[in-house]
Design a protein around this ligand. Sequence first.
Ligand SMILES: *Cc1c(COP(=O)(O)O)cnc(C)c1O
Length: 228
Amino acid sequence: MSVSENFNAVTDRIASAAKRAGRDPSSVRLVVVTKTVGHDLIREAVAAGAVILGENRVQEAKEKIEALGRIAGWHLIGHLQTNKAKYAVKLFDLIHSVDNLELAVEIDRQAAKIGKVQDVLIEVNIAGEASKAGIAVNEAPGLARAAARLNNISVKGLMTMPPYSDNPENARAYFRKLRELAETIKKENIPNVSMTELSMGMSGDFEVAIEERATLVRVGTAVFGNRG
Ligand SMILES: *Cc1c(COP(=O)(O)O)cnc(C)c1O
């Protein structure tokens, strides 16, 4: 299958999952994950209709954005080191991976320098896995409150990666937990914090994520095939 056929198949599956859940398909946005993917295939995905591209490393994204330009929106989905915040604010429309206050403060400082309000998501370690990035569930509301006091950062919602499993149904409880956490934070009515975005679901489990109200799904393999 070609990239455009894969892309169309994924968008069809997104629309079906949304309808099954009684949702408007346009309430789910597809982030096409382009890490390790070459320029030609990225152009193919954009020609097929991709409007958001996701990268997990700043340096790789920088090279691609310099080569390809702003052919779509660019999101950072991977871990961000504080010392790379300076580059990240220049490159990305949305940073999905803010998981500590020091990083939020540095993003704010760098965004202020270039006169930008940087949209971010708080990444949550939803299953409390030792090996995973993300803030602990019980610390996420505090991070949202602290980030709300920063003028050049705008918290739009939450992101998570559940434990790996072959069975997408195993992720459902974690997706639901992220949604419930977003609802809890939303009830606090923190100024400058909206909980409109839930970034969850990848190639193996995006339909379940949509049923649990994901607004951003991050899909690489189902569009480009297995990364070598
Ligand atoms: C690679 C990656 C994805 C996409 O994973 P696929 O299984 O290839 O769809 C999604 N989110 C993050 C954070 C990733 O690093």
